[in-house]
Design a protein around this ligand. Structure first.
Ligand SMILES: NC(=O)c1ccc[n+]([C@@H]2O[C@H](COP(=O)([O-])OP(=O)(O)OC[C@H]3O[C@@H](n4cnc5c(N)ncnc54)[C@H](OP(=O)(O)O)[C@@H]3O)[C@@H](O)[C@H]2O)c1
Length: 253
């Protein structure tokens, strides 16, 4: 069953973005793959061909304004694009003051600025014929997380912004869905230099499970999707606690 005609997926070269691109391709959606790793994207494009050859690839560093404008232009010029997945994201762990400022700021450029920029362009394109925007957030956005404070704050922004936009655009035919995964087995933790040895097995999900939940939720026009019963329970139970306790629990991870 084809739910979308053409989708642009950022961060499609690995993890959750790759799983979303594969699932969409299996359903018959043409995919446009965006990330920095040219070789990996080209391989994937051969595996996920469209009607007229390999999938389209846009090699772009979304923290670079020239590259970001190029991806935005592609969205503007694709009238049949009816799904945008803002999935590319990065995180830093460790004390904020000890890290390089540029690396901390790059998280904001990627997780927030690029996502807002592409959402703005896509909403205006999709208002004409309808469409869906999926913004990948995180359970880390539900409470302040010491030692990954900027990352958690970017994800709070993504969840808040996306749900507000959901209500603004619902009657204009544009569905906006935020997806907040918990621990998901991808390259993310390695990139973020996050030690996962203390995280028990039952807390982990596969990228495929997260991709399925994200697309299922978006197709059902949900504002917010939290993949996995354990993540839903954790978010539900942490919500009622004083923020000082939330911070201590989040800090344990
Ligand atoms: N894994 C988890 O436990 C988890 C939990 C909650 C939320 N999330 C969120 O899920 C999303 C996907 O992460 P993942 O777990 O799938 O990790 P991942 O496997 O490391 O994927 C991250 C993707 O983002 C791309 N990317 C990174 N920096 C980029 C940049 N500057 N410009 C363009 N693309 C860039 C990467 O490709 P290139 O390196 O080729 O550019 C890659 O395709 C992120 O938003 C993350 O915050 C992950």
């Amino acid at each position: 069953m084809t739910r979308w005609t053409r989708a642009l997926v950022t961060g499609a070269s690995s993890g959750i973005g790759e799983a979303i691109a594969r699932k969409l391709h299996d359903e018959g959606t043409e995919v446009v793959l965006v990330a920095r790793s040219k070789g990996r994207l080209k391989e994937l494009a051969e595996e996920l061909p469209g009607h007229s050859g390999p999938a389209e690839v846009l090699v772009a560093d979304l923290t670079n304004s020239g590259d970001l404008n190029r991806v935005a232009e592609r969205i503007r010029s694709a009238p049949d694009l009816d799904l945008l997945v803002n999935n590319a994201g990065s995180g830093r762990t460790g004390p904020f003051a000890d890290d390089e400022l540029d690396l901390q700021l790059a998280q904001i450029h990627l997780n927030v600025t690029a996502l807002v920029h592409l959402s703005h362009v896509a909403v205006n394109v999709m208002r004409r014929a309808g469409g869906t925007i999926v913004n990948v957030s995180s359970v880390a956005g539900y409470s302040p997380v010491p030692n990954t404070g900027v990352y958690g704050a970017t994800k709070s922004f993504v969840s808040s912004f996306s749900q507000a936009l959901h209500d603004e655009e619902r009657d204009n035919g544009v569905i906006v869905t935020a997806v907040a995964p918990g621990f998901t087995r991808t390259d993310f933790q390695k990139e973020a230099q996050f030690d996962t040895t203390s995280i028990p097995d039952f807390l982990w999900q596969s990228a495929e499970d997260v991709a399925n939940a994200a697309l299922e939720g978006a197709a059902k026009k949900k504002a917010m999707v939290i993949p996995g019963a354990h993540n839903k329970a954790m978010v539900g139970s942490i919500k009622g606690l004083p923020t000082s306790v939330q911070r201590r629990i989040a800090g344990l991870f």
